[in-house]
Design a binder for this molecule. Structure first.
Ligand code: NAP
Ligand code: ZN
Length: 352
């Protein structure tokens, strides 16, 4: 039987969120049915809901930082049972057979993975609806075990995107003891980048455009905080970084950050502005053989590794909890960088 779901959706780029009812698919033998308890609010939700990246299918139900409880499992499911605490991140399916999937890098699936929202669903080509909803049905391979305490769940939800999107490049570029890493933009992704880089043992410097975040960034685990609009503070740190993780959601000049890298250092872009950044200067790259790179979320095994690391180290996101009815207001505040540091939606509010 298909599962009746309640959600909040937008019908056009300039719409406000409104209640939306639909049916989740009749669970297949390899599916896990989940009652969603919390869903984090990612800047990608806003980019998609407002059609800023193009290609948004409406109605659009965003949300890919999902935690909840298993309500039922299909007959072929082996890793989950009713009552388990679980997470779902940015992907709900992929081919599982291409070289990327075989390497545990489902986010780089060659035919393309299925996003938790804005589809297309494998097999049917239909649209997928995300976590601003009370129920979801996901194939077992894309469901994660949550080993945190139940009272931590609001802050666990953002790990499913903000956590893994920062964890994956930190691991790939081998951030750890003896490495100096910069995290640019202290929002949802950036605040997780600071926490995770610190827990991995690196020297961590936070870069922010908001002087008011200075104390917070230190409390999150940064050893130092630099206000990136201050040219002197920036100049004092030239050629000292191994890795810079840039999470900024708006176009900006990349050169001042590239110049902070040592020889062979790398700046990894994870922020995806709606408009391009101005081109970096070739000089900033060639004179110290610097690299400019990008990284997309993370694979499923790596997401489980990150969740387990966070459970073991007592790491969750710093969240402000909201009701689903406050989602439009939350978007406006996110655009003003006025969130400490992730909104997490209490899905019990769906019943109001
Ligand atoms: P967010 O919470 O809004 O944080 C972005 C931060 O960027 C802000 O808090 C602000 O930090 C800084 N910022 C904003 N506008 C700026 C400007 N004009 N100039 C300089 N800094 C500015 O967003 P988020 O959820 O962390 O997402 C960040 C970006 O990553 C989005 O574009 C999102 O779509 C993308 N994303 C990518 C992936 C991936 O797989 N690569 C995954 C998830 C999200 P300060 O106040 O500290 O300056
Ligand atoms: Zn996201």
């Amino acid at each position: 039987m298909p599962i009746a779901a309640r959600a909040y959706a937008v019908d056009r780029p300039d719409d406000r969120f409104h209640p939306f009812s639909f049916e989740r698919r009749d669970p297949r033998p390899n599916d896990v049915a989940i009652a969603i308890r919390w869903c984090g609010v990612c800047h990608s939700d806003l980019h998609t809901a407002r059609g800023e990246w193009g290609g948004t299918k409406y109605p659009c139900v965003p949300g890919h930082e999902i935690v909840g409880e298993v309500t039922a499992v299909g007959s072929a499911v082996t890793k989950f049972k009713e009552g388990d605490l679980v997470g779902v991140g940015c992907m709900v399916d992929s081919c599982l057979s291409c070289s990327a999937c075989q390497a545990g890098l489902e986010q780089y699936c060659e035919p393309g993975f299925t996003g938790t929202y804005n589809g297309p669903e494998q097999g049917t080509g239909g649209n997928t609806y995300g976590g601003y909803s009370d129920r979801i049905v996901v194939r077992e391979e894309f469901v994660l075990h949550v080993r945190h305490q139940p009272e931590d769940l609001a802050g666990v939800a953002p790990l499913l995107c903000a956590g893994i999107t920062t964890w994956s490049p930190l691991r790939h570029w081998q951030v750890g003891p003896g490495k100096k890493v910069g995290v640019v933009g202290i929002g949802g992704l950036g605040h997780m980048g600071v926490k995770l880089a610190r827990a991995l043992g690196a020297q961590v410097v936070a870069f922010t455009t908001s002087p008011s975040k200075r104390e917070d960034a230190l409390a999150l685990g940064a050893h130092e905080v630099v206000v990136s609009r201050d040219k002197e503070e920036m100049a004092a740190r030239r050629e000292s970084f191994d890795v810079i993780l840039n999470t900024v959601a708006a176009p900006h000049d990349l050169d001042p950050f590239l110049l902070l890298l040592k020889r062979d250092g790398t700046m990894v872009l994870v922020g995806v502005p709606a408009e391009p950044h101005p081109s970096p200067s070739v000089g900033a790259l060639i004179f110290r053989r610097r690299s400019l790179a990008g990284s997309l979320i993370g694979g499923i095994a790596e997401t489980q590794e990150m969740l387990d690391f966070c459970a073991e180290h007592g790491i969750v996101a710093d969240v402000e909890t909201i009701r689903i009815q406050q989602i439009d207001e939350a978007y406006e505040r996110m655009l003003r960088s006025d969130v400490k540091y992730r909104f997490s939606i209490d899905m019990r509010s769906m019943a109001e």
